[in-house]
Design a protein around this ligand. Structure first.
Ligand code: HEC
Length: 164
């Protein structure tokens, strides 16, 4: 085989290789997680947070908290409520806060009968600290101090126990 012939042959082989490489390649579709999968994963993550908050919860701390009076405790609670809670629960406790409406959360209505923790401040403090796997944040993990947990639980009970 002379040199020209060899060159032509190798050019043909290279051209064939290039065609081969440039051929259609199967690109797999990215796996699309279903909305249910995402919701389930988020719920599981929140359940983990609740469990973690539960291990950190120490109700004895509340015994060390002193208020100069009920008014102090109430006012502090009202402030915490307006900053941290009303965005979901609504200023009036109906569960119609902006974030809850936007995210279509299923919220309890504190103004109707049958509200689970009415009259039970320790139970409210516990729920606020550990949260709930539905959408209620684990406030203890987010650094809401025990004093503020106590104040807001007092406030919620004072306002919404009466509203029943
Ligand atoms: C991101 C939205 C959101 C925020 C912010 C929020 N909550 Fe909730 N909360 C919920 C949801 C959803 C539930 C219902 C969960 C359940 O079944 O207990 C709930 C339940 C509760 C309950 C139990 C009531 C019941 O009948 O089950 C209490 C008490 C409560 N929240 C107090 C608070 C307080 C106090 C704050 C502020 C420190 C707060 N929440 C902030 C979403 C929120």
């Amino acid at each position: 085989m002379d040199k020209t012939c060899l060159r032509i042959l190798s050019a043909v082989v290279i051209a064939m290789l290039m065609v081969g490489c440039g051929g259609e390649q199967e690109v797999p579709e990215p796996q699309q997680a279903s909305a249910e999968d995402v919701e389930e994963a988020l719920r599981a993550a929140r359940a983990d947070s609740v469990a973690m908050a539960q291990t950190q919860y120490n109700p004895a701390v509340f015994d060390t908290i002193a208020w100069s009076g009920g008014e102090d405790r109430f006012e502090r609670g009202e402030l915490v409520w307006s900053y941290s809670c009303a965005t979901c629960h609504g200023t009036g406790g109906r569960g119609d806060g902006e974030l809850a409406v936007q995210s279509d959360l299923s919220m309890p209505d504190f103004t109707v009968g049958g509200w689970a923790y009415a009259g039970d401040v320790p139970a409210i403090r516990h729920r606020v600290f550990i949260g709930h796997e539905s959408e209620m944040p684990s406030w203890g993990l987010y650094g809401l101090p025990y004093r503020d947990v106590d104040a807001v639980a007092f406030y919620v009970n004072e306002v919404f126990r009466r509203a029943r």
